[in-house]
Design a protein around this ligand. Sequence first.
Ligand SMILES: *[C@@H]1O[C@H](CO)[C@@H](O)[C@H](O)[C@H]1NC(C)=O
Ligand SMILES: *[C@@H]1O[C@H](CO)[C@@H](O)[C@H](O)[C@H]1NC(C)=O
Ligand SMILES: *[C@@H]1O[C@H](CO)[C@@H](O)[C@H](O)[C@H]1NC(C)=O
Ligand SMILES: *[C@@H]1O[C@H](CO)[C@@H](O)[C@H](O)[C@H]1NC(C)=O
Ligand SMILES: *[C@@H]1O[C@H](CO)[C@@H](O)[C@H](O)[C@H]1NC(C)=O
Ligand SMILES: *[C@@H]1O[C@H](CO)[C@@H](O)[C@H](O)[C@H]1NC(C)=O
Ligand SMILES: *[C@@H]1O[C@H](CO)[C@@H](O)[C@H](O)[C@H]1NC(C)=O
Ligand SMILES: *[C@@H]1O[C@H](CO)[C@@H](O)[C@H](O)[C@H]1NC(C)=O
Ligand SMILES: *[C@@H]1O[C@H](CO)[C@@H](O)[C@H](O)[C@H]1NC(C)=O
Ligand SMILES: *[C@@H]1O[C@H](CO)[C@@H](O)[C@H](O)[C@H]1NC(C)=O
Ligand SMILES: *[C@@H]1O[C@H](CO)[C@@H](O)[C@H](O)[C@H]1NC(C)=O
Ligand SMILES: *[C@@H]1O[C@H](CO)[C@@H](O)[C@H](O)[C@H]1NC(C)=O
Length: 548
Amino acid sequence: MAMLLQLIFALSAFIGLGSAISDALAAEFGYPAGVDVWCGKAYRATNSSFEPGGWLDMPALSHTPLLDLSIRPRTNLYLSVEEYASVIIDAPISYMDGHAFVNGSFNKQDNLTSPFDTLFIDVSVVESGLDLISGQNITINTTNNELGFFLSGLTARLEPYELVITGASGDGAQFYTATTQLYYIPARTDGGSVTKIDNLYGGLLVQDYLSNSTAWTPLFPYTFYVSWDGWLELSIDNLRVFKDKGYNIIHIVPNAGLANEAFDFDELDEFLDVMDEIELWLMFDMRWTYKNLTSVEMQVNRLKARKSMLLYYTGDEPDGQVDALNATKITYDLIKSLDPWHPVSLCLNCLNYYFEEYTLGADIIMTDPYPIAVNTSWSTQYDTVCNTTYGCCGCDDCDGNFEDVPNRLDLYSQYQDILNLPKKPLWGVPQAFGNETFWARYPTPEEEVVMNMLFVNHGAKGIAMWDYPTEPDLANVTSALSKVLTSNTVSSFLLGSFHAQLSVDGLPRVDAASWIVGSQLLISVVNKNYVESPMANWKKPSGAVTGN
Ligand SMILES: *[C@@H]1O[C@H](CO)[C@@H](O)[C@H](O)[C@H]1NC(C)=O
Ligand SMILES: *[C@@H]1O[C@H](CO)[C@@H](O)[C@H](O)[C@H]1NC(C)=O
Ligand SMILES: *[C@@H]1O[C@H](CO)[C@@H](O)[C@H](O)[C@H]1NC(C)=O
Ligand SMILES: *[C@@H]1O[C@H](CO)[C@@H](O)[C@H](O)[C@H]1NC(C)=O
Ligand SMILES: *[C@@H]1O[C@H](CO)[C@@H](O)[C@H](O)[C@H]1NC(C)=O
Ligand SMILES: *[C@@H]1O[C@H](CO)[C@@H](O)[C@H](O)[C@H]1NC(C)=O
Ligand SMILES: *[C@@H]1O[C@H](CO)[C@@H](O)[C@H](O)[C@H]1NC(C)=O
Ligand SMILES: *[C@@H]1O[C@H](CO)[C@@H](O)[C@H](O)[C@H]1NC(C)=O
Ligand SMILES: *[C@@H]1O[C@H](CO)[C@@H](O)[C@H](O)[C@H]1NC(C)=O
Ligand SMILES: *[C@@H]1O[C@H](CO)[C@@H](O)[C@H](O)[C@H]1NC(C)=O
Ligand SMILES: *[C@@H]1O[C@H](CO)[C@@H](O)[C@H](O)[C@H]1NC(C)=O
Ligand SMILES: *[C@@H]1O[C@H](CO)[C@@H](O)[C@H](O)[C@H]1NC(C)=O
């Protein structure tokens, strides 16, 4: 009976079982009371369709060019033991964001107007006026300009420093400004680990504590959501079994069936001791409890000084569940105040539903479109149609094919452009389950690799599949893939450069991407056709000297 109950809880993550929201919340969203919703859509045959809202549209574009100056620290935090930091400055010409730009700068010396091609910039600390960077320049319409400075004028503390950048044309007639937050925080004294986010390439950076290394090494996280009560808990040796397959981090799904909806923490500690010992990094999931701040505080305080602690995970499909719009941010702020050394992630399920609000509460955004063996136009669970305002088909506004994966990742990237926010890393959640609810069967090993690699080709900086244990052939193929993706050779490309989409001719439905580091090129080609296709050609990206 207990097992059955847990199973129902676990499934409710997908199918909206018991997802009625409170009348007060329904009123805030403008929904009728007492209607079960998923992604804001009514999905029971007894309820009719209404507008879910929360849809982010492309804004009207400007007819004249804008200069969109922005600044962000190279890494999301610096430690008191570090002497040097840097910022990334973007100054693109945009038609979506920014301020008026006129391509001219007047020179009083000779009364001539020259092109406005250089922006003269200064960066300072708002509260003290301390200059960090002065008298430098940035070429108009360039991005990812990195400028360094010494941290010696600042004192490490928990609150971030507000930095401001000002940029002006040579004549001073055109002036731009932007701000960012710099976290310069105390180093740990309790032996706990620190995880940084690289705000340039989007990867995680960790220190290999087993060798006492102080170097920051990129980590491409490759894992599954792992069932605690259904598998891991059954034997402490499972930790080594999992790591030996090649997965470098473990995302443990807590037990909803316990009174605290989390873990027996004394028991978990024994597992964490082993993880510390073998450096199996932890993605700590608080899906059932993340809105309970008392519980979050207790859990974070228990976990935060662990060596193997990598990052937190709060809302599991908070958009699907229609959690309060401020829920993820409130919890994020609490976690940051208790543990500023580790990032916070969450997973969104909807195509386009209050993206801005829910992602405010995360450093890393995950997405889980599950397109295999699913009917996306007719709900096999609720016997209704599914469309953009109604129904729950298991994959929100999906087409039920491989394209759902890159479409979703590209859209989430575009939403961040529309919102004009610094880009947060996106991670993918490939489908590695089936033969249940909406999904008639498991993916095949080939389909599994295709989904994984489509996420990677479109810029995902981490992979966590749902879920483990999975079918033996999926465990096999992802174990093999883990050894490729987490190898230094491959992850140095994925986390040390930008991905570029390559155009492919000769065959439709072939997806190719490239990464260039120095004179080396990595290419990944994914065939979305269900037949072998040796005929596709791709164009060699410019800048590539040698292939490998
Ligand atoms: C929605 O459907 C439920 C039954 O599933 C019903 O009790 C309720 O009255 C319906 N509400 C509306 C507003 O149609
Ligand atoms: C620039 O224009 C101003 C005002 O018209 C004039 O007084 C000045 O002599 C000019 N200078 C030069 C170098 O031509
Ligand atoms: C400004 O004008 C110069 C000269 O015409 C041109 O080369 C440059 O591309 C222009 N810059 C922008 C951002 O439009
Ligand atoms: C921009 O800065 C560089 C490096 O400091 C300097 O060499 C260059 O002359 C500057 N360009 C302009 C237009 O001031
Ligand atoms: C600015 O850069 C973009 C991307 O590199 C390019 O497509 C565009 O033509 C440039 N715009 C101007 C005005 O130079
Ligand atoms: C790392 O440091 C600890 C504590 O100082 C020490 O016991 C251990 O031997 C060191 N490990 C390595 C690989 O140097
Ligand atoms: C919140 O969590 C605490 C600690 O587990 C628990 O005692 C309390 O009952 C929970 N509150 C709610 C509303 O679930
Ligand atoms: C968060 O939102 C809920 C529901 O919309 C509201 O009741 C609550 O007051 C908000 N909390 C804060 C701290 O803003
Ligand atoms: C989805 O279900 C509908 C209704 O049963 C059916 O007509 C349609 O062919 C199904 N589509 C797919 C892709 O299975
Ligand atoms: C979605 O389907 C419902 C139920 O058939 C219908 O009332 C609604 O108009 C449809 N919405 C759209 C956007 O087509
Ligand atoms: C699918 O699930 C059903 C019910 O849980 C089970 O009896 C059956 O063996 C499963 N089929 C496969 C191919 O896993
Ligand atoms: C998994 O891989 C092992 C070792 O390569 C092989 O012996 C086994 O048959 C494979 N299992 C499946 C289900 O593919």
